[in-house]
Write a protein that binds this ligand. Structure first.
Ligand SMILES: Cc1cc2nc3c(=O)[nH]c(=O)nc-3n(C[C@H](O)[C@H](O)[C@H](O)COP(=O)(O)OP(=O)(O)OC[C@H]3O[C@@H](n4cnc5c(N)ncnc54)[C@H](O)[C@@H]3O)c2cc1C
Length: 387
């Protein structure tokens, strides 16, 4: 067992750390207030080659794997969770194509996302189907060789700026096996962003409600040129990125701990710094324990994905990392805010924003309850975990 990061992974971590401090941190509060997509941050990532970290080298990516992406997302998320999500999005919007696409689709779409030439979004959730994603209603109906897509997608991260979306739609009547996935150009007639959502947190990465109104899609845009594989590729894609959502939580918690510790050293009550109080010291100790526990779960889960272990039989490991790290982030952000007292509640300090941002992590890409359903299924039905 070797717990050391490779030299390549250390380089990625250090590069992302520098960019996070110099470029991401100074913009974090501003994009939270303006709710504008930070194109300048995207350009910084593009120039640094961070957009294709987990994308295979065959498609212009860095081939640094899920662990490479998780490390970069962690560094950025110490200061700005929206900017962490931006990095993750380049993989979320390409994984279904990497997993199930044709070689042409991989070169054309994945290859251009990796270099930052185009941006994508992942369109699964609908007004009537979130956790229960197998019950989506969006339909793709054959018209000659083409498909005509009708439906609505909710809360789509990056939906306002996407050049294309991966749209999951029903090509037959019932069940998960009736869902297919399509690459849809956002300039297609009938494709529209109905609104940009007003959110509690992660406000620097807009989330959109997208309408497909008789959107005509040529047959070569059906991912893998096979119907009925969409749900499986969506689930595998989400599984493979659970560690990276976990790393958004890990980074956020580390950022909160560092900020609160610096604050507590300087803040005096009853004649001495807060760091002299055992009640406060123990809060910091608990934060550190939880952060290190999450780090092990997240890095191990990322390593598993890089070994190809992200199918159903390994899913509980990935779900544990996502659930624990994101819930831990909420606890640490809350404790950090408590240590700052009233100042923590004010927008003058980043903890207020991090606290709001943390809340999103327990909902997206499979809620905490959905992760527990996956873990419990492995324990109860498959007896896989501890036998
Ligand atoms: C900021 C943000 C960005 C997002 N970005 C994207 C994106 O880019 N693409 C995309 O497709 N989606 C995106 N989503 C949607 C997200 O994936 C869904 O919100 C999530 O899957 C949960 O679905 P829901 O909100 O419909 O909740 P529901 O499925 O309605 O669940 C409501 C509550 O009930 C619980 N619950 C549901 N079923 C069960 C059950 N069987 N047992 C126990 N508890 C249950 C859930 O855990 C939750 O707490 C985003 C959401 C947010 C908030």
């Amino acid at each position: 067992m070797d717990y050391e990061l490779s030299e390549e992974h250390k380089l990625i971590r250090d590069t992302a750390r520098r960019i996070a401090r110099e470029k991401v941190a100074p913009r974090a509060a501003e994009i939270d207030v303006t709710e504008e997509y930070p194109e300048d941050t995207f350009q910084v990532y593009k120039e640094a080659g961070l957009l294709g970290l987990a994308i295979p080298a065959a498609y212009n990516g860095a081939g640094a794997g899920t662990l490479g992406l998780a490390l970069a997302v962690e560094e950025v998320s110490k200061y700005c969770n929206a900017s962490g999500l931006m990095l993750l999005l380049s993989s979320l919007s390409t994984q279904p194509i990497v997993i199930g696409g044709t070689e042409d689709q991989k070169h054309e779409i994945v290859g251009r996302v990796a270099t930052g030439e185009i941006k994508g979004a992942f369109c699964l959730t609908e007004p009537s189907a979130g956790s229960d994603a197998a019950n989506i209603r969006t339909r793709a109906v054959r018209d000659g060789d083409d498909y005509i897509i009708n439906g609505e997608k909710s809360y789509i991260s990056g939906g306002t700026v996407a050049d294309y979306v991966v749209c999951f739609a029903r090509t037959a009547q019932n069940g998960a096996g009736a869902i297919s996935s399509f690459i849809v150009d956002s300039k297609s007639p009938g494709f529209s962003v109905a609104r940009s959502d007003r959110k509690m947190g992660v406000r620097g990465l807009p989330t959109a409600h997208i309408v497909f109104d008789n959107v005509r899609v040529p047959p070569d845009r059906l991912i893998g040129h096979v119907e009925g594989k969409g749900f499986k590729s969506a689930m595998l894609g989400l599984n493979s990125l659970r560690p990276v959502v976990g790393s958004r939580g890990l980074g956020l918690a580390e950022g909160c701990l560092a900020y609160a510790l610096d604050f507590a050293r300087k803040r005096e009550t009853f004649g001495s710094p807060l760091t002299d109080r055992q009640a406060i010291q123990f809060m910091f100790a608990d934060m550190a324990i939880q952060i290190e526990a999450a780090r092990h779960l997240v890095y191990h889960a990322a390593w598993m994905v890089d070994q190809g272990k992200y199918t159903r039989e390994y899913a509980h490991h990935l779900s544990m990392a996502k659930a624990y790290a994101t819930e831990m982030a909420n606890k640490v952000a809350s404790d950090a805010l408590q240590i700052l007292g009233a100042q923590g509640y004010m927008m003058d300090h980043p903890i207020e924003r991090q606290y709001r941002d943390a809340r999103q992590l327990m909902i997206v890409e499979g809620t905490s309850q959905v992760q527990r359903m996956v873990i419990a299924r492995s324990l109860i039905e498959e007896d896989l975990v501890y036998n």
